[in-house]
Design a protein around this ligand. Sequence first.
Ligand SMILES: [Zn+2]
Ligand SMILES: [Zn+2]
Length: 595
Amino acid sequence: MKEKYEDSYLYRLRHSAAHLMAQAVTELYPGAKLSIGPPIENGFYYDIDFPTPLKEEELESIEKRMKELSKLDQRIERTEVSRDQAKALILDATIPGMGEDVAEYKLQLLDAIPEGEAISFYNQQRTDREGVQHRFLDLCRGPHVDSTKEIKAFKLTSLAGAYWRGNVKNKQLTRIYGTAFETKEELDAYLEHIEEAKRRDHRILGRELGLFMFSPRVGTGLPLWLPKGAQLRMTMVEFMNNEQMRRGYQPVVTPHLGNIKLFEVSGHVYNYRDKMFPFMEDEEKETFILKPMNCPFHIEIYRSQLRSYRDLPVRLAEMGTVYRYEQSGEVTGILRARGFTQDDAHVFVRPDQLLEEFTAVVDLIQAVLKKLGLTEYRARVGIKDPASDKYIGDDENWRLATEAIQNACDAKGLEYEVSVGDAAFYGPKLDMIIKDALGRDWQMGTVQVDYNLPERFELEYIGEDSKPHRPVMIHRAPFGSLERMIGLLTEQYAGAFPFWLAPVQVAMLPIADRHNERAAEIAIELRDKYGFRVEVDDRRETLGKKIRENQLQKVPFMLILGDKDMENGTVGVRCREEGDLGPMSLESFVEKANR
Ligand SMILES: [Zn+2]
Ligand SMILES: [Zn+2]
């Protein structure tokens, strides 16, 4: 079995690096009060109460002192003490980092250690050339590495504010983040990875590429889609609509708000209240809510006519915009917004159709991910936890649905892991987890089997036996949401979207004014004849500048038009990936672009 991170040498090393940083800080900033400094997933941090605010630039000098302290080869030793001895140590002003003035947090931490539990300090100590003993003690459970000289590949990465004990009512401390590795090579690779992630950050690229923006006047988590972003959405919607139409889905459109009664029947008012925006009441005392989900609306459409067993499956699809009241601290760009659009559909099936339909949904998802160029993914089947009683519906249905999901995955060659307790309360589900170019996992599309809503809304179809039967519902959204998928794609491609997806596919660059007219003609031809999205850059700028800027905008192709081209009936083709391809006839270019 793989060693747990918490038991690893790396974990001890990072924890020790946090202590080493604390030692450096207490030397450089007398009066700084230490609180806690644990290792975390990718490094460590230490929360410190500084007498004057610390600036980002100062991290360098702390790092420098850490390097010196590391080289001194201080032994790191554990000592166990009684509670009284611990208190005396914390208040002993002759020890660096200790004493009444700076003891505030450590005393509270000591108090929090339960009676009967061992109280230990870790001591970083050395004897200098004059024979003087130096030590730095920190109240800590450990464990640590044996000597500070083992801490040689580290970096302080950033500063943040953090409330003492995570409580906003407490004082805000300074959190210094850092990371440490066993070797310099590993550290460098990690830092490179972080830089790359920053370079791909969809929030930054979204602004630079003119995809979307946020305005405080509009509100937290409510994106405004700019022309290029809106185009990107349209392209994705068109693609999804086509895929769905081919597969027997029918489009529907439903309103953004609805009467609360609908959501009382669905149960959302009771089960989903904390994710819903405040309710609205009109003069007639009717209450409306912004929809957090599309399902109840689609159900009303299903219910609007008598359905026979021959009509099923009924597949109702909508790019449905929903609103969820995410905590402002949890809103992250377009990855977690308060208003977003799901590529939603609800499929109503007979129980005997569940496997076939689920298999078709998995097939759709695979086709979508392939088209988007997302080839590395895995699936997770969320099943119920037999020990819990939060689930509704009878066991036999659960068993059949869980089996159908697993069989569908098997049939489509989709590898999956089973996650016990990860089912929704109303049925098992399938989640897609995509690995991006940086190896990060993104949970995207989901498919859920639902026995609950058909029950609550008393859905029916007339069976072959002429008697009413209850259908099963499948909720599914292969993208998850347009926003989240565009966020992922932006980072995956670092903004250089594949040709079919790029908001602007071709930029026409006339060299001088006398080439503008012909450039406009070519643009029209490419649009009308081939459906390309073309922009003519006829600004009075140098060609070099136009090329640079279109390159930064990550436009797949630039077509340069000068005197020679006018004479010969060619365009100078510049490809985003391959650079200058020289003059080509328009037909050859189109062939190249469509390849
Ligand atoms: Zn510690
Ligand atoms: Zn739904």
